[in-house]
Structures are given as C-alpha cells and as structure tokens.
Design a protein around this ligand. Sequence first.
Ligand code: ZN
Length: 271
Amino acid sequence: MPELPEVETVKETLKRELLGRVIKGVRIFYPNIIEFPDLETFQRELVDQEIVDLKRRGKWILFELEDYYLLSHLRMEGKYLFRAPEDEVGRHEHVAFLLDDGRELRYHDTRKFGRMHLLKKEELNLRRPLNELGLEPWDEKLTVTYLKEQFQNKKIPIKTALLDQSIIVGIGNIYDDEVLFMSHIRPLTPANSLTKRELQAIIDNTRIVLEKAIHAGGTTIRSYESSEGVHGLFQHELFVHGKETCPICGHDIVKIKVGGRGTYYCPKCQK
Ligand SMILES: [Zn+2]
C-alpha cells in the first residue's frame, strides 16, 4: 500500500504534467470508485474545470480545480497513467479524464479499492473524508501537548496509536516501526505512558523519516509504483522494518504482531 511519501511522489509527478490543463470529459467504467457525489454530477461538473494545483492531505491527492477539489485515494494499488483517448481501455482502468492537450489521464486500480470525491472548494474541510483526518506531520499544531492530550486515555500500544489517522496522518506500518526504532521506544509501550521527551522524539523522528522517504521517492515494497513508474529507493535505507539484524547494535530483530500488523523492533536499542 502506498504510504504518505509515495503519495507525495505521485502528486508531484502528476503536478508536472497537469498544471494548467483543462478537463474536457470524464468516462467512468467502474462507478464504485466515485464515492461522492452521484456519477452524473461528477461527470458534468468536471467538464471545463482547469487544474490549478495539486496538493496532498494525508494519503489523499487533491486536484485543485477552479470551483472544486477532486480527491483521490489510491488505497492498495491505484495509479495514474496517460493514454491516448483512442487507446483500448484496459480491464483495470476505471476512470478516464480527457484533457485539453488531447491526452487522457486514466485511473488504474487492480484491486478497485481506490476512491474519489468531488467537493466544492468551501466544503473541503467540512465533510468527509478530510474532516476526519488528524494533523499533518509538519503541522505546527503537532506538539507534545497535543499528543499528551490525544493519548491520555489510550492504553493501546504506541505502535497502534501512531497508525490512527485521526491523530497524525501519514504514519503507515513501515514508517511506524522506523519512527519507534529511532525514538528508542518499544512498539507495545502503552501510548498514555510515554514521557514528554519520548513524545518529542516521536514528533521529530516522524518528520525526519517521512522527509527522507519523500526525498528518496517513497519506498517500493511489494507492487507499488508511482504514476509514471518512478521507483523509490528508500526501502534500502530502512533500519528495522523487514530486517533480521539491527544495523546499529547487531542484535537480532524481533518480529511480533501488534494489532494484526507485522512489527519489527530491536530489543537492545528500544527499551
Ligand atoms: Zn539495536
């Protein structure tokens, strides 16, 4: 599943291609991808909208149009491809946006879990899905005080708490393990027992890990590739996730399940 850094890479790649382009038509081959509004409105309202910017919020890609935001979540396997309108539509291509330069932007998703919403600009933060999201890792409101408050009644493992997208967005399973390793915190530690110093370490290391991953173009564990087949390199730089030996102390890495998710830690470095 693409995590925040991969989504950021896809967004930046698409931005280079799409800024200033105007949508001239929409074809929908698998209606379930469109979650809101109804198909007819979706198709009608997108026509003649210029793409003025591309943004990201959590793992949602936001196509900023003149009057709307088109939100797209790739879920497990979604990606974007450019095709000519007359090219045969592949069985995994579910939505096609005809552009004013004659190309067609197609949404490809073998698993069909991806979703799109079309929201009026003023509604962006007032309704699903963005009104349910927590803070971006770089939001200045993300502080030790904020995390203390969010975690105060949570005895769940910190590993699980960091995956909760209503608190902080963008920490997926892989980066969660990396952040906890760098912060010297064991994944099963109850979230409400962390000290201020540990919480500050989590904030700092979340930013470091995600920035490094964005810089490297995201990880490519499993079948992920970004919209133009750009493969990330960050997986070679992971400290603990998927590893057998700790690169710092040489101790065996322990693999456990936390909340059903494969979790890696070093018992010597993380106490
Ligand atoms: Zn170690």
